[in-house]
Design a protein around this ligand. Structure first.
Ligand code: FAD
Ligand code: EPU
Length: 337
């Protein structure tokens, strides 16, 4: 276990916000975490479990204890003719896990290539990209109750997964440390290529394969999303709003070119990037915060921005989208006070 007092967090959040935490604890085993909880050190303290910090916006120094898992293993737990079951520790870098699956010919998560962060958070955030959500490959989420130290296993149907949503973001927010995730991957993968022009882009690079899909998605992502090492960011700042059909039909009459995705007979999803772009925000800068010039949904740190500067820009964007389209944007990024 590593304990660091007054720890700087600038390298532990991809926005690159220069804040500190009173205490940062990296633990290497489940037992270390259980002993820590049972020692009472977390009682009466603000506690935040972090992963790779790629979806956090720190508004101030964190006056509490931050935990980070270094459980770093991937173990095959079983297989059938069709499937392989792999348990991965919460501290495994998500994209390393994708690379490992692809190298072994196991399908299901190749479309989620290059998403930053760690395995533990993937199951909280229900990460998604290019038509795939991680919940479709999760069988169990293994966790430890941060109050009692008890172990719990959540089967997928208990995780209340939805678009960028899970029970760990709602009723159980902040209550559990995710220690590992049991994935079920396919030994005879079927490819999901219906997102925009993905199939065409993959075929341009060669024959259909997990490796080709992974490389194509990496190239597409690198071409439009800023590298946090170059410009601090947390990916999409807002979720794509899902609106009622009546509101959608009215908007579509005014904006026939508005992109949209069918969700249900009652609802339609609208890309927040398009809404923000239409409000003229792409490439704009306010103070030291800005909107990425290639992707209007990504807010960036132009250098030395504080969390409140980024949050201020986010609220200006929300207001203008509300004024122009009558749509409320909800942040995907976690604000940390
Ligand atoms: P953090 O940001 O550290 O934490 C996220 C949340 O999980 C927090 O609430 C934290 O408290 C909690 N948490 C983390 N680990 C644990 C744990 N072990 N136990 C308990 N709680 C925990 N997301 C997508 O879905 N799709 C994308 O395509 C995508 N693209 C991105 C591109 C860029 C350039 C960036 C910077 C981000 C992108 N994201 C995307 C967002 C981000 O990568 C995901 O939300 C990711 O899952 C966050 O992982 P993390 O380990 O960094 O978690
Ligand atoms: N668009 C614009 N202006 C822009 C950018 C995009 O009008 O500046 C339009 C595009 O033309 C397209 C639509 O918006 O019609 C969607 O754009 P894109 O394909 O880039 O996807 P997105 O909806 O902005 C979502 C996820 C991403 C994920 C991609 C690929 C959310 C909130 N975001 O972005 O996830 O990588 O799809 O699947 O769902 C993240 O969560 O951090 C993230 C990056």
């Amino acid at each position: 276990m590593k304990k660091i007092t007054n720890a700087p967090l600038v390298d532990l959040n991809t926005f690159g916000i220069e804040v500190k935490t009173k205490l940062l604890i990296h633990y290497q085993t489940e037992n270390e975490l259980i002993e820590l909880i049972q020692s009472g050190i977390l009682q009466n303290e603000k506690v935040l479990h972090i992963g790779g910090g790629s979806n956090l916006l720190f508004l101030n120094d964190f006056d509490g204890i931050m935990l980070h898992s270094e459980l770093n293993f991937s173990t095959v737990k079983g297989e059938t003719d069709e499937h392989v079951f792999i348990e991965a520790g919460a501290g495994v870098i998500w994209d390393d896990f994708v690379a490992y699956a692809v190298e072994n010919g196991w399908g299901g998560i190749e479309n989620l290539s290059l998403i930053p962060g760690e395995v533990g958070a993937s199951a909280i955030q229900n990460i998604g990209a290019y038509g795939v959500e991680v919940c479709d490959t999760i069988q169990e989420v293994h966790a430890i109750d941060l109050t009692s130290g008890e172990k719990r296993i959540f089967s997928t149907n208990k995780c209340e997964y939805d678009y960028r949503e899970s029970i760990f973001k709602k009723s159980l927010k902040g209550q559990f440390a995710i220690t590992s995730v049991l994935f079920v991957l396919s030994k005879n993968p079927t490819y999901k290529l219906d997102y925009q022009h993905l199939e065409e882009q993959v075929l341009k690079n060669g024959a259909l394969s997990l490796q080709n899909i992974r490389q194509t998605i990496i190239a597409v992502r690198e071409s439009k999303l800023p590298d946090p090492k170059v410009a601090g960011n947390a990916g999409s700042f807002f979720m794509n709003p899902v609106i009622g059909r009546t509101q959608f039909e009215k908007l579509q009459a005014d904006y026939p070119d508005m992109p949209h995705y069918f969700v249900s007979p009652e609802t339609e999803k609208i890309p927040a990037a398009w809404l923000i772009d239409q409000c003229g925000w792409k490439g704009k800068t306010v103070g030291r915060a800005g909107v990425h010039y290639k992707q209007a949904l990504v807010l960036v740190n132009r250098g030395g921005a504080s969390g409140t500067e980024i949050a201020h820009l986010a609220s200006l964007i929300q207001q203008s989208v509300k004024d122009k389209f009558g749509i409320e944007l909800t942040a995907e990024v976690n604000f940390i006070k």
